[in-house]
Design a binder for this molecule. Structure first.
Ligand SMILES: NC(=O)c1ccc[n+]([C@@H]2O[C@H](COP(=O)([O-])OP(=O)(O)OC[C@H]3O[C@@H](n4cnc5c(N)ncnc54)[C@H](OP(=O)(O)O)[C@@H]3O)[C@@H](O)[C@H]2O)c1
Length: 310
C-alpha cells in the first residue's frame, strides 16, 4: 500500500480507503453474512489500508468495530458520520456520537463528519451543531471535523462551495469520477489552497461497474448537451481506455483516474466482494492512466456536471 498525508490533519493515510456504505455496505446489502463482511474489513487492513469510512446510517459500525478489535487502534484512521436529514438537534448528535464510539469499540473518532449535507441545511448546521462538535473535539473525542456532500441531488457541489468559505472543516468528502469531474475546478482548486484533506466517493459506483447503467448515463449527458455525440462511441463509450498498456477494465480505469487527481488524498472503494477488493487493491497501486487517455477523458466530460454516476 502507499500512504499520503491527509492535508492539514497530518494523518498518515492509505491512498485507498475502505468505504462501508454505498450500494454494497461491505456486503450487507448484497447478501454477505456478518462474518463475510468482517473478513472484508480484515483483509483490507491486512493489505495495508488504514482508512475506514462508515456512518451511523450504514449500520456497519458494529461490523467495523468487531473487525478492528485485533488491530492497533493507533495505526487506524476511523471516519464516521452523523446524518443530517431533518436537521438534528445537539442532543441527537451527542447521542449518535456516543453510540458510534460504542459500536466501533473506541474512545475517539479520527474524523467525524456531518453526513450528506445539502446547501439548504448548511446554515442551521453551522449555527446549531458545530459548537457541539467543537466541544467534542476539545475533549479529545473527535480529532478532526469533516463534512460530506449529498452527491446525487447536488452533483454541482453547491454545498461544498459554500462550506469552503468557512474554516471549520479539516476534511471533506467529495463526489468525483470520470463522468463528473466538476469537483476539480469547483472544490479541489480551493481545498488544495486550504490544505483540506480530501476523500473521494463515487469513483466507480454503479455507472462504472455496470455497462448498462453507463450507457444510460452517457445517453443522459448527450441529451443534456453536456457530452458531444461526435466525441464518444455511444455503444462502447469508454472502451478506448482498455488495451495492453492502458486500463485493465473500466473499474480499474475509474479508481486509477481518481487516485492520481491532484488534491485527492484517499480514494474510497466500497465492496462486499473479496475478489473485487483484491482487484481494487491492485488497481490503486497501478500507475496513472496513459496521458493521452486522461486528456481525452477531460475533453469529453469537461462540461458534465449533472450526474453522480449512481
Ligand atoms: N454522502 C456521503 O457521505 C457518501 C455517499 C456515498 C458514499 N460514501 C462513502 O464512500 C464510499 C465509496 O462509495 P461507494 O461504496 O459507492 O464506492 P465505489 O467504490 O465507487 O462503488 C461501489 C460499487 O462498485 C462495485 N464494485 C467495487 N469494486 C468492483 C470491482 N472490482 N468490480 C465490479 N464492481 C465493483 C461495488 O459492488 P460489489 O460489492 O459487488 O463489489 C459497488 O456496487 C462508501 O462506501 C461510503 O463509505 C459517502
Amino acid at each position: 500500500m502507499e500512504y499520503t498525508t491527509l492535508g492539514r490533519t497530518g494523518l498518515k493515510v492509505s491512498v485507498m480507503g475502505l468505504g462501508c456504505g454505498g450500494p454494497s455496505r461491505i456486503g450487507q446489502s448484497t447478501g454477505n453474512s456478518e462474518e463475510e463482511s468482517i473478513a472484508i474489513v480484515k483483509h483490507a487492513l491486512k493489505a495495508g489500508i488504514n482508512f475506514i469510512d462508515t456512518a451511523e446510517v450504514y449500520r456497519t459500525e458494529i461490523i467495523v468495530g468487531k473487525a478492528i478489535k485485533d488491530f492497533d487502534r493507533e495505526t487506524l484512521v476511523l471516519s464516521t458520520k452523523k446524518s443530517t436529514w431533518g436537521n438534528p438537534k445537539p442532543k441527537d448528535v451527542l447521542k449518535s456520537f456516543e453510540r458510534s464510539l460504542k459500536n466501533l469499540g473506541t474512545d475517539y473518532i479520527d474524523i467525524y463528519h456531518l453526513h450528506g449535507v445539502v446547501l439548504s441545511d448548511y446554515e442551521y448546521l453551522v449555527s446549531e451543531i458545530i459548537p457541539t462538535l467543537q466541544e467534542l473535539r476539545d475533549q479529545g473525542k473527535i480529532r478532526f471535523l469533516g463534512i460530506t456532500e449529498r452527491f446525487n441531488p447536488d452533483p454541482h457541489h453547491s454545498m461544498l462551495q459554500r462550506a469552503l468559505q468557512d474554516d471549520f472543516w479539516d476534511v471533506m468528502m467529495v463526489g468525483f469520477n470520470i463522468l463528473n469531474q466538476s469537483a476539480r475546478d469547483r472544490v479541489l482548486a480551493k481545498t488544495i489552497e486550504k490544505n483540506i484533506g480530501i476523500l473521494i466517493m463515487f469513483a466507480v459506483r454503479l455507472a462504472l461497474s455496470r455497462p448498462k447503467r453507463l450507457k444510460q448515463c452517457i445517453e443522459e449527458l448527450i441529451e443534456k448537451g453536456q457530452v458531444s455525440i461526435s466525441e464518444i462511441d455511444n455503444d462502447n463509450p469508454l472502451e478506448f481506455l482498455i488495451y495492453k498498456n492502458g486500463a485493465k477494465n473500466l473499474v480499474d480505469a475509474a479508481y486509477r483516474f481518481c487516485r492520481y487527481e491532484p488534491g485527492i488524498h484517499v480514494t474510497l472503494s466500497g465492496t462486499g466482494n473479496l475478489s473485487h477488493l483484491k482487484d481494487n487493491l491492485e488497481s490503486i497501486l497501478r500507475p496513472p492512466l496513459p496521458e493521452k487517455d486522461l486528456i481525452k477523458l477531460k475533453k469529453i466530460f469537461k462540461n458534465a456536471d449533472s450526474i453522480s454516476g449512481q
